[in-house]
Design a protein around this ligand. Structure first.
Ligand code: FAD
Ligand code: GLY
Length: 384
């Protein structure tokens, strides 16, 4: 086997998570090589809508509580992260502070939304209950037959493609060696299998690295060399989206709107992301007529003017989900292996936090409460 490269840290995967981790590590002086089997952003990251929505997406239960804590901590980091990333990349990264409206059309949906309102109230989250007329005063394009709305003033958005482009530039400027078109076949373990000593590439090349960060999204299960007992199971959750543009320019919607089964996320330039299906179909990324029909029907019922928009693109991505839908971030019980996977529906939101948690893990710092909430150890199976 040939060794043609070496690094302090090898990062597997060039989505937002791998890129942000690589950038932060390089900023702190590490030599970093990032491997992306296709082009940077080829995975879920360039399909994502970019909602930074911990309050809209708050869920019940213990995992929901942890997800909320992680999401709020990440949302607090976004203004500083966007600013610093923009400076490092020499191009602006805009945080669109629009707030979000959650919508209900009929009585059942309105009752469900009332429950969601009470739940968020009980957690001390800022929300405002709006009658249909109040919601339409804020967003005149909403359908007149809405029953109820919930305003979430602090849930904002970014454009993930803008973030990816900035991360690519910032990582390069910080000295990250990016190897696109280079698939990692698996981890390269020491003979005693007690530590990672690098990665093996598809063509048999081996790259020496003190630590390996796995950020390979929904394809993580294909990596070889990870002891079975230490694997984090990651499953793909297919999401179909439409990219729409208003020929009349911006203004149809100012806020993100969410409703059962979908959402519309406005950009500043009159473009919209209409999302998204949630499907268990393995690694299939084929767009379907049924998926498009469902998205357009629901969007039209909430915002009739959507029918006037131009379809620019159909984009399909695979959310990387774990069994409890929380990410796995941090050190494994195998020296040199660090996980950064399983960001499911919130990987854009969680990017700045994940980069900080991984940087701390690589530096050998003791985990804090946030790190404990997403510790990979919860998936490890100790052999009997
Ligand atoms: P990915 O972006 O999938 O990147 C993984 C990369 O690893 C890929 O580029 C892949 O090619 C590469 N790779 C895999 N295996 C290998 C290998 N062996 N060797 C080399 N490279 C490899 N999140 C939000 O916060 N807000 C949203 O509004 C939002 N909307 C979404 C809408 C949709 C439709 C979808 C699908 C997702 C959405 N998400 C959202 C979730 C978000 O996109 C993901 O959580 C996030 O992009 C995960 O980033 P990642 O870097 O872990 O994975
Ligand atoms: N967070 C939006 C989605 O996953 O579709």
């Amino acid at each position: 086997m040939s060794h043609t490269d070496n690094a302090d840290v090898a990062v597997i995967g060039g989505g937002v998570i791998g890129l942000a981790v690589a950038w932060r590590l390089a900023q702190r002086g590490a030599s970093v090589t990032l491997f992306e089997r296709g082009a940077l952003g080829d995975g879920a990251s360039s399909v994502a809508a970019g909602m930074l929505a911990p309050v809209s997406e708050a869920e019940y239960g213990v995992s929901g509580r942890h997800a909320l804590e992680l999401g709020l901590a990440a949302a607090r980091r976004w203004p500083g992260f966007a600013h610093e990333l923009g400076q490092a990349a020499g191009r602006p990264v805009s945080l669109r502070r629009s707030g979000t409206l959650m919508l209900a059309r009929d009585r059942d949906e309105a009752e469900a939304l009332e429950r969601e309102h009470r739940f968020r109230d009980s957690l001390g989250l800022v929300t405002r209950r709006l009658r249909s007329s109040q919601a339409r005063a804020l967003e005149p394009a909403l359908a007149p037959n809405l029953r109820l709305a919930l305003e979430i003033p602090d849930d904002h958005s970014v454009d993930p493609r803008e973030v990816l482009a900035a991360l690519r530039q910032a990582a390069a400027t910080a000295g990250v060696r990016v190897r696109e078109g280079t698939a990692v076949s698996g981890l390269w373990l020491a003979r005693a299998e007690d530590r990672v000593q690098g990665v093996e590439l598809g063509d048999g090349e081996r790259v020496v690295a003190d630590q390996v960060v796995v950020a390979s999204g929904a394809w993580t299960g294909a990596l070889e060399g990870i002891p079975e007992a230490l694997r984090v199971p990651v499953r793909p959750l297919k999401g179909q989206t439409l990219r729409l543009r208003d020929p009349a320019g911006p203004g149809l919607l100012g806020r993100v709107v969410r409703y059962p089964g979908g959402y519309l996320v406005p950009r500043d330039d009159g473009r919209y992301v209409l999302g998204a299906t949630m499907e268990e179909r393995g690694h299939d990324v084929t767009p379907t007529a049924g998926g498009m029909y469902d998205l357009l029907r629901d969007a039209h019922e909430h915002v009739p003017g959507v029918s006037e928009l131009v379809i620019e693109e159909i984009a399909v991505g695979l959310r990387p989900g774990t069994a409890d839908n929380l990410p796995a971030i941090g050190r494994a019980a195998l020296a040199g292996l660090v996980w950064a996977v399983g960001h499911h529906r919130s990987g854009i939101l969680l990017t700045p936090l994940t980069a900080d948690l991984v940087t701390a893990a690589v530096a050998g710092e003791a985990p804090d409460d946030l790190a404990r909430a997403c510790a990979p150890a919860r998936f490890e199976r100790v052999p009997a």
